[in-house]
Design a protein around this ligand. Structure first.
Ligand code: ZN
Length: 879
């Protein structure tokens, strides 16, 4: 099972609690009023387009985006091949596709600040890899190349900027791949014989040049202005590159009140889940580029490119009109430029070019801004069910002296209809409210993010509608199209139907309107383990999204498995209420794996999905519908302990996974660690990154060591390693993927007096971090230098098959050096790398046992990997 196929419903209270500690960020436009209008006017008169290409959320050179979008007023976009599904989540326990959804919204929040647009391909970030070969084998070269070509043909950039070089110097294989595909797509997009099926929608497009952004993980790359990236020695080994010009990304924009470097810091700080929060610094500096292909440039990326209206046939008349609008612009009286904008409108409307159509929509929005128009479409609820009615109100208000008439208002999308009211003349401060009674079609699909609507194939999302490919977000289910006349000229403004509300703590919030099933079928775990042939009780909860929901719930299992009862009726009176139902499942006696689906039937429609809402203050709430599927695993796993204490770190699903072994698992609070009776637990387990994120855990290390001394077993899972050279903590080693570097940096402030991984056990061992000490290939062979180790023999006899079927990776942040008191257990390594012995270390200490284990149990157990369960059961049972 791949990481991304694990889309099972889980509500994550831990995530919500953690989220409450994050400072609230308003979901509002960062620049409004005079600054927004000034930007809009200049943008109307600027026809240059830039597209940046890299692999992940946070790979983008944000100051370059901010410079071109906010400083040069160009159409600017970032194409991230992936949504960052394979990374580590620093704010909650969402992983895989759910993490990708969070990162998508974080990128959109970042783009609001730097002013750029956002695109993605269908590729899924499957985790760290060293090579483009592995990356392309998993993604399929042509499939992802076709997506990059599609985005280029649709966005039509003059200049393409690659964030990486396409060489091993980029580190991560996906980084290298982003540049390799970018270079190929530059040529392929212009070639009508490549991906001709796209030509139904778009024309071939030849960008004038493709360049590479200089720097990696440093000043030009990381948004941490002022600090250099690579050292001199490193730079000297690079092949000679032809300079393509530079961008003054350190320049200050007095209209916005920030430099582009500062905007980049603010923008990157929206990536909460990756810990890229940073502070602004007084700094200047330029970003440099080198040529990859196309027409050479020397000073500026737009050398020799006409970015005025003259580039479009029939456009020459537009520039002078807009020049005049810019000259006449008075911040206190933006309505004074409306006559020029109205004068430009028919000229732009007559130009038959995709760019002119985009500019026409921008022009109408700018007229609406200058007239101070308030235009919105507000839904009465944030969610609705198929077959129900939904109230929507469109509101238009004129806040200027302009003559505004609302000619018509129409909703379109899952339902369409025009408001019945006659045209409304709106004088200063007059408001028109138009009500719509929307009938949600009975067969309306649920509002699943478009790339998750169908199961992915391997590491690529399934998207059948070509026109959706590349889009950052799912188009709204319903939108308002308002036709107005402003001083006699018709304009058209489109707004999504949303739900806007006041949160008493956080102020104004908005949620996208979503269509949800009548009931949600939610399951606790994505895999259910049957460690013996005995029956187990499975809990399924049905939550009503409509009043008076009534139906039946059944579990579909394959032959050989038995379910009692066959089905159960339910009746739920109120929206939001839920019923917990229990079924007894009897597994076959022999080892087996099966797929189970829980299905509710309501009013004749079968519902085999849960509803999960991902809610954090820095992004709009995200709703998704994970299939209510569970992997059933019948596999013999013996465990000899019962009472387990679990110290939750940055967030994982291990406690529920351990409960499937029949264990009594208690999640330990800070006060348990400080003064609770730890001796009541036979084994205590530290969750992933516990020492990185919990000061109370670091503070109570002596109590935990005392617990071991007195006879307890303490198991520590992976912790993020320390920088190889503590003195060089802020100058990341170039081989590290930038996201890891930033994560390590994020743990460095506020200053922690001792590196966290130097005091993890009773005797010293070091966890240096970096890509050298991880095993990223989930099929990597495992050797047993100490085959007689009790951890491999009792109570489960481990054999090589127990390493089959692992997901995503073997392990990360292995130890590099260890005290002679420790024994190693197994050894593994990526292809072509040296053997890593210390993914697991153990020692007796006093009467107890201490175990450090950096194998990725937090991925394997929740995925129901039987061998991983047996291995971990042996750690829990160590004696
Ligand atoms: Zn990256």
């Amino acid at each position: 099972m791949t990481q991304t196929s694990k889309l099972v419903a889980r509500f994550l209270p831990g995530a919500l609690i953690l989220a409450a500690m994050v400072p609230a960020v308003a979901q509002q436009r960062p620049f409004t009023g005079a600054a927004e209008i000034e930007q809009a006017l200049h943008k109307l008169n600027e026809l240059g387009t830039v597209l940046m290409i890299a692999a992940h959320p946070d790979d983008e050179r944000t100051q370059v985006l901010a410079y071109f979008a906010r400083g040069r007023h160009m159409r600017t976009a970032y194409l991230s091949l992936t949504r960052g599904e394979g990374g580590q989540n620093l704010i909650g326990s969402e992983q895989g596709a759910q993490l990708g959804l969070i990162r998508t919204q974080e990128l959109l929040a970042a783009r609001q600040i730097d002013g750029a647009e956002q695109f993605f391909t269908r590729a899924i970030d499957f985790g760290f890899t060293r090579t483009p070969a592995e990356t392309l084998q998993k993604w399929g070269h042509d499939r992802i190349l076709s997506d990059v070509v599609w985005v280029i043909r649709r966005y039509r950039p003059d200049v393409i900027v690659c964030g990486f070089s396409g060489t091993p110097r980029d580190g991560h294989g996906q980084h290298q791949t982003s540049a390799i595909l970018g270079h190929e797509a530059f040529a392929a997009a212009a070639d009508a014989t490549r991906f001709p099926e796209q030509l139904k929608y778009v024309q071939p497009w030849r960008a004038r040049r493709i360049v590479q952004a200089a720097g990696f993980g440093g000043a030009a790359g990381g948004g941490r202005g002022g600090r250099g990236g690579r050292g001199q020695a490193e730079a000297a080994t690079e092949p000679a590159l032809t300079p393509a010009g530079e961008a003054d990304t350190g320049a200050f924009n007095p209209i916005l009140g920030y430099s582009y470097e500062e905007l980049a810091v603010l923008s990157r700080s929206m990536h909460h889940s990756q810990g890229t929060g940073a502070m602004r610094r007084p700094s200047g500096g330029k970003s440099e580029f080198s040529m990859v292909a196309g027409d050479a440039s020397s000073k500026d990326l737009f050398d020799g490119i006409d970015t005025t209206w003259n580039r479009l046939p029939g456009g020459a008349a537009v520039g002078p009109i807009l020049d005049e609008a810019i000259r006449n612009y008075e911040p206190a009286h933006p309505e004074k430029v409306i006559p020029q904008l109205i004068q430009a409108r028919p000229v732009i409307a007559a130009i038959a070019d995709p760019l002119a159509r985009i500019k026409l929509a921008e022009l109408d929005e700018t007229i609406a801004l200058c007239a101070g128009l308030w235009i919105e479409a507000q839904a009465r609820e944030f969610e609705t069910t198929p077959g129900s009615k939904l109230g929507v109100t469109a509101t238009v208000m004129n806040r200027s002296a302009a003559q505004v008439t609302l000619e018509s208002a129409r909703l379109e999308g899952m339902w369409s209809g025009t408001a019945a009211k006659p045209p409304a003349k709106l004088g200063l401060n007059q408001i028109a409210n138009l009500d719509f009674a929307v009938e949600v079609p009975a067969a309306q699909p649920y509002s699943q993010p478009y790339w998750l609507a169908k199961a992915p194939t391997a590491d690529v999302y399934t998207v059948e509608d070509q026109t959706l490919i590349g889009l950052a977000d799912t188009p709204p289910v319903l939108q308002l199209r308002a036709l107005l006349t402003v001083d006699g000229t018709p304009i058209e403004v489109v707004r999504p139907v949303r739900y806007r509300y006041a949160d008493r703590a956080q102020g104004e919030r908005t949620r996208p309107l979503v269509v949800v099933p009548a009931v949600a079928v939610n399951l606790t775990d994505s895999a259910e383990l049957f460690p013996a042939a005995a029956p187990r009780t499975i809990h399924v909860s049905v939550k009503a999204n409509m009043a008076k929901a009534a139906g039946d719930l059944r579990l579909d299992v394959p032959a050989g498995w038995k379910v009692e009862p066959k089905s159960q009726p339910f009746q739920i009176a109120a929206v939001g209420e839920q019923r917990e139902m229990m079924f007894t499942i009897t597994p076959p006696s022999g080892e087996a794996t099966a797929a189970m689906r829980a299905v509710a039937t309501v009013g004749g429609r079968e519902i085999g999905a849960g509803v999960q809402v991902i809610s954090y203050p820095h992004i709009p709430a995200q709703t998704l519908f994970p299939p209510s599927d569970v992997k059933l695993v019948r596999s013999n796993v013996k465990v000899t302990v019962k009472k387990i204490g679990y110290i939750m770190g940055a967030g994982d699903e291990m406690p529920d996974a351990l409960r499937q072994l029949g264990l009594d698992v208690t999640v330990l609070s800070p006060s348990d660690l400080e003064q609770g009776d730890l001796s009541r637990f036979e084994t205590i387990v530290c969750g992933v990154r516990g020492y990185n994120v919990r000061a109370d855990l670091r503070a109570n290390q002596p109590r935990l060591m005392e617990y071991v001394k007195n006879g307890g077993t303490y198991i520590v899972q992976y912790q993020v390693g320390d920088s190889p050279d503590p003195n060089a903590a802020n100058t990341p080693a170039p081989q590290l993927p930038p996201e890891i570097v930033r994560m390590i940096q994020s743990f460095q402030g506020p200053p922690n007096p001792n590196p966290v991984t130097q005091n993890l056990g009773p005797y010293p061992f070091s966890v240096p971090g970096g890509s050298k000490y991880r095993v990223t290939v989930e099929e990597a062979p495992v050797a047993f230098p100490h085959a007689d180790s009790p951890l491999l023999q009792y109570p489960n006899h481990i054999n090589p098959r127990d390493f089959d079927g692992w997901v995503q990776e073997r392990g990360l942040y292995f130890a590099a050096k260890w005290d002679a008191h420790y024994q190693t257990v197994m050894s593994s390594h990526d292809p072509g790398e040296q053997a890593l012995e210390a993914g697991e270390l153990w020692t007796r200490y006093g009467k107890g046992i201490y175990i450090f284990t950096a194998y990725a149990w937090f991925r394997q157990l929740p995925a129901g990997v039987p061998g991983a369960y047996r291995l971990f059961a042996n750690l829990l049972s160590a004696k």
